[in-house]
Design a protein around this ligand. Sequence first.
Ligand SMILES: Cc1ncc(COP(=O)(O)O)c(C=O)c1O
Length: 365
Amino acid sequence: MTHGSSAVGDVDLRHHGDREVGDRLVDLAVNVRGPAPGWLLAPVVEAIGSLAAYPDARPATAAVAARHGRPADEVLLTAGAAEAFTLLARGLRPGADVRRAVVVHPQFTEPEVALTAAGHRVERLLLDPADGFRLDPAAVPDDADLVVIGNPTNPTSVLHDATTLRRLLHPGRVVVVDEAFMDAVPGEPESLAGQADDGLVVVRSLTKTWGLAGLRVGYLLAGASLVRRLAGVQPPWSVSTPALAAATACSTPDAVRWAEQLARQTEADRARLVERLTGAGLRVVGEPRAPFVLCHHTRALHLREALRCRGFAVRRGDTFPGLGPQWLRVAVRGRETTDAFAAALVEVLGDVLGDALRDVHGPGA
Ligand SMILES: Cc1ncc(COP(=O)(O)O)c(C=O)c1O
């Protein structure tokens, strides 16, 4: 285990995929699937007509609760999943409520940033690439009273099974499962969102699958007393009326079916991407289950730079604890984009390997 540090130590934990995308680059760096569909934007736009009134979160809270089969007092709407991490970090006081916080890496870095900013001392549990970044719950120290893990995990694309995650639950421990990408897994078989266990907090995002990153909307699901406590540290009216309208619209049975269909399309698109990446000679981690894949190449950073020159942005891996310059994360896109990207990748690999041979054998190689 290693210790996290705030600003953010050895790697820039505040580096996100959006910083990788310039004006003219094709974006395979950000994990938002695409623009929001028209039927979802309609109620968001309509809500603009009510902007003179303060937001009322109750209808959206009821809709999200119904979608997950939970009582409304076990739901807290948030300004994206990111706000949920901040509320957890502030609502669970360092020392008083949390003595040993463990963040399972590699994963999305904002939970660690939020915890550190709130005064928690964060320990990192680094999963091993040799195990395909899979979790052995026994590796989490018994006295860890706060554990944060992503499922499916960004950036590894690993989907942990629900049984494994449930083994993390202990009396006196809060387990936070970041399910920001769970709605991209058809049927959500490993989701814990519907389960009301003591100490379990599930964080969901509505910004990825639904194309609403700029709107800021998500929620957390937890026991009623923990929800009350986290609501107590949330700024008033944190989630705007249009964002609440989106949460309601994303929670209907039709919307859930729409997401399921998109998730199936994502599976097919991802299979194509994996085939292209491995065909080009990159190693893809395990069996990816999220709308992005993590891959390994000894000259990954060179590849990333060369791909940028050819108009494609992919996410660097070296700002994730537990990864390094040999890792890249590539977003799943439609067939045309994937094929164009793959063609550029093959060319770039030829150039990079040519350079490497010249380094070894000299200019005549
Ligand atoms: C795994 C994961 N969780 C949470 C978030 C934050 O999501 P939101 O936009 O809902 O704040 C991200 C954003 O990239 C993410 O990758």
